[in-house]
Design a protein. Structure first.
Length: 154
């Protein structure tokens, strides 16, 4: 089973360290990077293809919601917004974030958000696999005919 790859995006080094430490004991995930702003994050997302992002809202240059607007919804990782401001919640959920962590958050609340993101990742992966299988089953057969061919096909 593939481990979900996680990117941490926050302009505050202590906030990134907190998330990293909460993830540190979890062997079921892999941290693929950390970014201090939205511009770095956009490049890292395109390069690393994380399945889960912990994302701050207020950052210099490009804020978290502006970053989300740059990512096509159907290809967007599971996003957990982690911010000190509750006023962004409605905008965040309209952008289809998986969860919204209000700083300061505790380990239990963090684990709940992470579980939601992992469930989202696994559901998406299962849906992609089902679509691939359906595509294979519905594609026209080419090549040698096997025992499943009907006599009419001969």
């Amino acid at each position: 089973m593939t481990k979900p790859r996680i990117l941490i995006v926050d302009d505050e080094p202590l906030a990134r360290a907190r998330i990293r430490s909460l993830l540190g004991d979890d062997s079921s995930v892999e941290i693929v990077g950390e970014c201090a702003n939205g511009i770095e994050a956009l490049a890292a997302i395109r390069r690393e293809r994380p399945e889960i992002i912990f994302l701050d809202v207020q950052m210099p240059g490009c804020n978290g919601l502006e970053l989300l607007a740059e990512l096509p919804a159907e290809k967007r990782p599971a996003v957990i917004l982690a911010t000190a401001h509750d006023r962004f919640a409605l905008d965040a959920f309209s952008e289809q974030v998986v969860d919204y962590l209000l700083k300061p958050f505790d380990k239990e609340r963090f684990q709940t958000a992470l579980k939601r993101a992992i469930d989202h990742f696994e559901t998406r992966r299962a849906g992609n696999l089902a679509a691939q299988i359906e595509g294979i089953l519905n594609s026209p057969r080419t090549g040698p005919r096997g025992c499943w061919s009907s006599p009419a096909d001969a």
